[in-house]
Ligand binder design. Structure first.
Ligand code: C5P
Length: 206
């Protein structure tokens, strides 16, 4: 079964995706890391994220072994990512890789913004994971501080709101809830609670 997980930044998609993948023994693809790797390559080369040609050139060079680089998590990379990922050509260049990953074995977990709507509209289970902007900002700020990066909650909240607005309003594959997705609001849930709710939903799809 393909499990598609979409939702805004810092809603708990990544944690849930990793735990579901471990539960079912499926491989997991964090598609945000793919787009982050494009942005990082571009920034490193001194390119402008708004330049579609430069972004496409970077997208063509991205490989699977760049996806675990902790530098992909930097907030500057995150901001540039939501700009490079709005270029339709960049999205098209990464589509094949994502679909091949999804269909390579008996199952897979993919998380991102457009998995249930564009990458795998045929996924057996679709979750839309969300939480209030304040809860998401508090989690992202804590995550940054745990990594030793100073973070101001109000600034992180502003960044998250800007990123949500950009991801939701772009014309190419905007962040959107698939009509047939199960909405999981994690504002009041810890990771165990989110996993339990997701497993209960997936059981109805098997
Ligand atoms: O999920 P994460 O915060 O790592 O994603 C970083 C950015 O990558 C998002 O803000 C979004 O702009 C972009 N993205 C996307 N489509 C995906 C995954 C991520 O456009 N499937």
């Amino acid at each position: 079964m393909i499990i598609a997980i979409d939702g805004p930044a810092a809603a708990g998609k990544g944690t849930l995706a990793r735990r579901l993948a471990a539960h079912f023994g499926y491989p997991h693809l964090d598609t945000g890391a793919l787009y982050r790797a494009v942005a990082r390559r571009l920034l490193e080369a001194g390119g402008d994220p708004a330049d579609a040609d430069a972004a496409l050139a970077a997208a063509r060079l991205v490989t699977a072994d760049e996806l675990d680089d902790p530098r992909l998590r930097d907030e500057a990379v995150g901001r540039a990512t939501s700009i490079v990922s709005a270029h339709p050509a960049v999205r098209a260049a990464l589509l094949d890789f994502q679909r091949r990953f999804a269909h390579a074995g008996p199952g897979a977990v993919l998380d991102g913004r457009d998995i249930g709507t564009v990458v795998c509209p045929d996924a057996g289970a679709k979750l839309f994971v969300t939480a209030s902007p304040e809860a998401r900002a508090a989690r992202r700020a804590k995550e940054l501080r745990d990594r030793g990066v100073p973070a101001i909650d109000a600034r992180v909240l502003q960044d998250i709101k800007e990123r949500d607005a950009r991801d939701s309003s772009r014309s190419a594959a905007p962040l959107a809830q698939a009509a047939d997705a199960y909405v999981l609001d994690t504002t009041q849930l810890d990771p165990d609670g989110a996993l339990a709710a997701a497993l209960a939903y997936i059981a109805t799809r098997e």
